[in-house]
Design a protein around this ligand. Sequence first.
Ligand code: SUG
Length: 433
Amino acid sequence: MTNRAADEVNFDGLVGPTHNYAGLSLGNRASTANAGARSSPRRAALQGIAKMRRLHHLGLVQGVLPPPLRPDPQALESLGFSTMAQVSQTAPALVPVLMSASSMWAANAATVSPSADTADGRVHFTPANLVSTTHRALEPTATGHMLRTIFADRSTFAVHPPLPSTAAFADEGAANHGRITRAHGDPGTQVFVYGRDADEPVVKSRFPRRQTRLAGELIAASHGTRQTIFVRQSSEAIDAGAFHNDVVSVFNQDVLFAHQRAFESPQQTYDTLGARVVEVPDWRVPLADAISSYLFNSQLVTLPDGSMTLVAPGEVEQIDTTRIYLEEAVADPANPIDAVEIMDLRESMRNGGGPACLRLRVVLTPEERQAVTGRVIVDDALLDELEAWVERHYRDELDGTDLGDDGFIEEIRGSLGELEEMLELPGLYPSID
Ligand code: SUG
């Protein structure tokens, strides 16, 4: 097959103005541990923009995905409300659910298949139904609309509807999906990682299994992927807090960097994948350290000179096992990790979202990149504008009691209206004039 020049474009979710800690995700230990803490939407968004800038400066193509409007007008209506004041009065527990900024974790926005892998030669997207958590199940409608707005050219892109929102089709998108290929533009093997079969209980022992094998099979079929592998996550990892596979493994080109306990049958998985596997044994980095540091929720990226850099969260430096592992990995010529870039993403990390959670990988050829609508591929000028916009509009501190406030909601609508113009995406927020 042809080796077409293509880039992996990391589209990062821009943190929304309602970023807060509501403890909504069972099985996500950081979310539970930080429930009720004060958040800083401004700091969270600036940390995210700083990551985008760093990747752009490393010579990578970097994109941005705007946050959805909160509350979502359709969700509000379907619950029988017209204002958040009514929600606060009748069902206060729903306030954080309706106001969550969880779309920032773009790895859960959709599953994406590059054109080199699909039968019709288009780039395919399926928004994740995120049915396993109440707050995230409210994301797919707006995500689908956003993807259809940005990837509007139907001869280049196909945006499918999400799978039906029931447990049998539970889907968390790219966080449980990887790809093995020699070069991004080459045809690759798509890897769908699942926690249970459709007829198995969601919770077997401790925490929910958020992804079914059936969901992956249906997405692979609708995308027309040519080489596809299905791999089971280890129950041990899920029960230890790896609610998505990208908490314990990361793919880049032909490399799989994974914790020894990431998959149910590790050796069989490695044999089937045919990747260069860098397995970190439990005796070097115990599973609990891998999960609290988010070592594997790093982005493993190939720089223009062909070397590989691990974009890791600052937490890996605070735990001895992960810090020492990375020092040795960089020094070891046999290890594909050539360098480590540390990013401060503390605001997102406190909700269980590391570097890899914040990005959606979309491999695009230069022609496909030309077909993208709006101003969503970043440069320094756009990043400066985004930073200034955040400084102008975002609150420095937020706690649960501010969330349902009508003044706050008006503030959000005004700021997103401005963002729609900045990104040149008219119609992105249909309910904002
Ligand atoms: O789905 N946290 C997200 C974190 C998603 C991380 N993404 C990846 N691993 N790709 C989740 O659990 C917490 C929200 C709160 O508790 O307020 C939350 O939704």
